[in-house]
Design a protein around this ligand. Sequence first.
Ligand SMILES: O=C(O)CCC(=O)C(=O)O
Ligand SMILES: [Fe+2]
Length: 288
Amino acid sequence: MTIEHLPASATPEQVGAVLERDGVAVVDRLVAPDVMDRVRTELRPYLDATAAGPDEFSGRNTRRTGGLVARSATCRELVMHPLVLGAVGNLLKHLTRFQLHLTQIIAIGAGEPMQMIHRDQWAYDFFPFPKGYEVQCNTIWAMTDFTAENGATRVIPGSNHFDDRLEFGEADTQPAEMERGSVLFYTGSLYHGGGANRSAETRYGINITYNSSWLRQEENQYLSVPLEIARTLPVDLLRLIGYARGAYALGYVDDLRDPIEVVRPDLANAGLGELDRALERAREQFSA
Ligand SMILES: O=C(O)CCC(=O)C(=O)O
Ligand SMILES: [Fe+2]
C-alpha cells in the first residue's frame, strides 16, 4: 500500500475518505512556498532559542518549538486552513466538537536516528480506543522539502486498522516525501515516527494536531496563548484553541458560563456554534 497524494483542489470529503481508509494522506503544495518563508521569519528568534529534546522520543538532536498560535500569525492561518478544518471535521464527524491539540515546529537535526514508531493516541495514557473510533487528526506541513534522506515522517499506510501496542522497524514504514508547502495528514491511530535524518541539513515540519474536545490538549493553549493575545484573535480560532465547551458542559466557567466570556466579555450569551459555523463556511467554500 502506498501513500495517497491528493491535489490542492481536493475536497475535505476526499481527504477524509482517504484518512478513514489508509490513516494517512498527503495534499501536495497546499500553500505557496513563501508561506513557509513567512513562518520561518516570524519564528526565527524562537527557533534559534529552542533547546534539543530531553529524551530519545523527543529526539536529542531535534528541536521542538511550540506556542505557534501566540507566536506566528501565519501559523494561525495554517491552523485554520479551510481544507484542514474540513478534513479533520470529516474524519471526526462522530464528535460534537474538536479542538487544537498542539502546535510544534519539529526540526530534526542532521544525524538524528529514526524516532520510535508509535501512535499519537498513545498520549492518552494508552487508552485502547475502539478500532475505527478516531479521536485525533494530525497535520505536518513541510517547511522544507521532506525526503527519505532528510527525515521525512515514516508511516505505515493502513496501520490505523492494526492492533494496538505493536512494534515496527524502519523497513515496515514508508517515507512521506513531499514538497515544501505540502501537508501530511494522519490519524491518531496511524503507526508512524520521525524519520532518521541522514542528510547534512535540518528537516523542518510544522506539526499542528486536533483532538476530541473531551480529551485533554497536549499543548496547554490557555497558558501558551497569553490572554492579551487571545483577546486579539478571531472568535473561530478562540473556540478552536479551547474557549468553548467540549460536548455539552465540559469546560464551563463558574455559573455555567461559556469560557469565551472570560476572554471576550462582549460575547456573553453568544452561545455555542462559531466553530460549527466556521466548518459550515469551509464546506460551502468547497461546494461552491
Ligand atoms: O517529525 C515527524 O516527522 C514526526 C514526529 C512525531 O511523530 C512525534 O513527535 O510524535
Ligand atoms: Fe507522532
